[in-house]
Ligand binder design. Structure first.
Ligand SMILES: [Zn+2]
Length: 409
């Protein structure tokens, strides 16, 4: 108490007790994600919970279809009680992910391991919030009609660039789309009836990396995630927790000044990193030079992979600019892993090695860039994974109290 006189009452304290019980279910579900098929006794060892606690939680998870017994993975029958291992159901409950990009929406269905079961992309007709939300809702209806009968949908995660206030479910500012204070979570909850959680897409993808990324174990120590698309932003996590910030504003790196860049930025200045490396600028240059005949970064990556020297050089140039920013991040955070989600570096070995050498040249941290700098674990699928990862993060945080957590504000 500030006045130091009144005795602290139970109601003054945060609800740590109930959170802990939810967390134990999350810990069990994460152990099954990491190690399944896994015996209950090993879950107890991995989570440091008692056998009785694990048994109780597993019962609730089985009831909700969030884990399944995997008798096919049991060892040969021996003396005593058989141990039927636990695993995640491959065709069980799922989440829906929505990504809102500058040119298009991506709506996807992800299973509990973060695998993309279905996805649909659609270029924006109009880019005002109401039109985009209506288009997203229509796509969700189509996906649920196709898959919802077989799979229970646990929730909906939304990811977008820009400033996203996750606790309030609001896109505070997305300059490239011209959006301000869009209550995206509430609007989609109303349109779909699903519990909705929204977050910035770099934080969303980092959540995915922490759950089921290729170096998830190391990333849970500490990780920085740099997203490069039409927008550029950063997320970081320590001890497995993604930093949100009191205003959900962390990770804005878009307007870092880049030497020699003359592109105008959506912020009104000239020479920002986001303007220098944005997909739109890159595609405009590639089309003008006749390197590709249809817009979109996949076309440019395909052209480079097919041997177009001009396309490869455009992507290398982007990798060099991204590398300078990434070197700064490496020095600033000294993370166990620095994950870069950039289409070229994620799909072309040459772009990745350009990125790594540029980081090595500009960083003074002396890190082993081959080890520390990693491409995204979701090459070619970052937009399909991002939104779903926001929902799955909530599933694995508190699987028994899911709806409450997804709706929390
Ligand atoms: Zn700018």
């Amino acid at each position: 108490m500030i006045d130091g006189r009144r005795t602290t009452r139970r109601d003054d304290l945060p609800l740590t007790g109930s959170r802990r019980s939810r967390d134990s279910a999350g810990a069990v579900l994460r152990a099954v994600l990491d190690h399944g098929p896994i015996a209950r006794s090993s879950v107890a060892r991995a989570t440091r919970l008692s056998a009785a606690a694990v048994s109780g939680v597993v019962g609730s998870l089985l009831e909700r279809g969030l884990v399944r017994e995997a008798p096919e993975a049991a060892g040969p029958p021996g003396i005593g009680r058989p141990h039927v291992p636990l695993d995640l159901p491959a065709d069980g409950p799922a989440v829906i992910g929505v990504h809102i990009a500058v040119p298009r929406i991506t709506v996807s269905l992800l299973d509990l391991r973060g695998r993309v079961v279905a996805r649909a992309e659609e270029p924006h007709g109009r880019t005002d919030p109401a039109s985009v939300i209506a288009a997203v809702a229509a796509r969700i209806t189509a996906i649920r009609r196709r898959h919802g009968a077989r799979r229970r949908i646990l929730g909906l995660g939304v990811a977008s660039g820009g400033w996203v206030d996750s606790p309030h479910g609001t896109i505070v500012e997305h300059r490239a789309l011209g959006w301000r204070d869009v209550p995206i979570a509430a609007a989609l909850a109303e349109a779909t009836g699903l519990p909705v959680r929204a977050d910035n897409h770099s934080r969303a993808l980092l959540r995915g990396e922490l759950l089921f990324g290729e170096v998830a174990g190391r990333a849970r120590e500490s990780a920085v995630h740099l997203f490069v698309g039409n927008v550029v932003d950063v997320a970081f996590a320590t001890g497995g927790a993604v930093h949100q910030g009191p205003r959900s504003a962390s990770g804005a790196v878009a307007h870092l000044q880049v030497e020699g860049c003359r592109e105008a930025c959506s912020c009104g200045r000239v020479g920002c990193l986001q303007a220098a490396v944005s997909e739109r600028v890159l595609i405009r240059r590639a089309m003008a030079a006749g390197l590709i005949d249809r817009p979109g970064i996949p076309a440019l990556v395909e052209a480079a992979a097919a041997g177009s020297a001009g396309a490869a050089e455009l992507l290398r140039e982007r990798a060099r600019l991204v590398g300078r920013a990434a070197a700064l991040l490496l020095d600033l955070f000294d993370p166990e892993v620095l994950i870069v989600a950039e289409a070229g570096a994620n799909q072309l070995p040459e772009s990745l090695s350009t990125l790594r050498s540029e980081i090595a040249a500009w960083s003074s941290a002396g890190a082993d860039v081959e080890h520390v700098v990693r491409p995204s674990s979701f090459p070619g699928a970052v937009l399909a994974v991002a939104g779903g990862a926001v929902a799955l993060d909530q599933v694995f945080a508190s699987p028994l109290d899911l709806e409450v957590r997804l709706r929390a504000s």
